[in-house]
Write a protein that binds this ligand. Structure first.
Ligand code: PEP
Length: 250
């Protein structure tokens, strides 16, 4: 999208211990070395590594984010972390409504919206994930699902600065399968039109990431699709070499 600086974002999911910090350091150094003026980079390790990861990135443009937050700012919510805690660790972004959260923890659009509001209040950028299942795709419901999820999970205070939307077809996550560039283009054009309708200029500049089996081998094709402003990467973000190979397509 013209005037939109792409974002290459990694999601480590429930992977990574202190031993993996070398990969984050290598990513930080790699991004620093390439110093691309044209693209931003973000890594989202598990929250146990958040604080130490941001410390490794102080001299690098590589940003660090979290994978979820609670909708409340603090309180009696054992096991949860707040957006404020992420910001306190120098995290800048939080992934919200990932399909694994929606499936494993029953997160609804309404809850994802409340979490995004909490993220915004703490000064974080929310990366809101949406996407259809394979059954929905087979029933030609993809665009209906995207519409419902956009209306349901993007809060009214969303701007191009504080919100990123990630289109992640569920059947493409971790499967090695991807939609064709044409299908990605159709979904992203639809999202762009809907966001423009709802948020005007802000919606026209919101970053739209594609996620689902992005690898160094297919990144160039997927990232060159119109209205695709970067990638959300799972498996291929665990190794600095793969992550940097995808980053370097920009
Ligand atoms: C994800 O879960 O956000 C994702 C895109 O995973 P993968 O790249 O492994 O398909």
């Amino acid at each position: 999208t013209p005037d939109v600086r792409p974002l290459v974002a990694g999601n480590w999911k429930m992977n990574g211990t202190r031993q993996s910090l070398g990969e984050i350091k290598a990513m930080a150094d790699g991004v620093h070395g390439m110093l691309s003026e044209r693209v931003d980079a973000l890594i989202c390790p598990p929250s146990t590594l958040l604080y130490v990861a941001t410390a490794l990135c102080t001299d690098s443009p590589l940003m660090v984010g979290a994978q979820d937050c609670h909708q409340a700012s603090h309180g009696a919510h054992t096991g949860d972390i707040s957006a404020e805690m992420i910001a306190d660790c120098f995290g800048t972004h939080v992934i919200l409504g990932h399909s694994e959260r929606r499936t494993d923890h029953g997160e609804t659009d309404q809850l994802v919206k409340a979490k995004a509001q909490a993220a915004h209040e703490a000064g974080l950028t929310a990366i809101i994930c949406i996407g259809e299942t394979s059954d929905e795709r087979d029933a030609y419901q993809t665009l209906d699902v995207l519409m419902r999820q956009m209306i349901g999970s993007i809060p009214l205070d969303a701007t191009a600065d504080n919100t990123v939307i990630a289109y992640e077809p569920l059947w493409a996550i971790g499967s090695g399968l991807t939609p064709t560039p044409t299908d990605v283009g159709v979904a992203h054009a639809f999202m762009r039109a809907e966001l423009g309708q709802r948020f005007g200029e802000e919606g026209r500049h919101m970053r739209l990431l594609y996620g689902g089996s992005v690898k160094p081998t297919n990144a160039r094709d997927l990232m060159s699709v119109e209205n695709v402003d970067g990638a959300l990467i799972g498996g291929a973000s665990l190794k600095a070499a793969d992550f940097l190979a995808i980053y370097s397509v920009y």
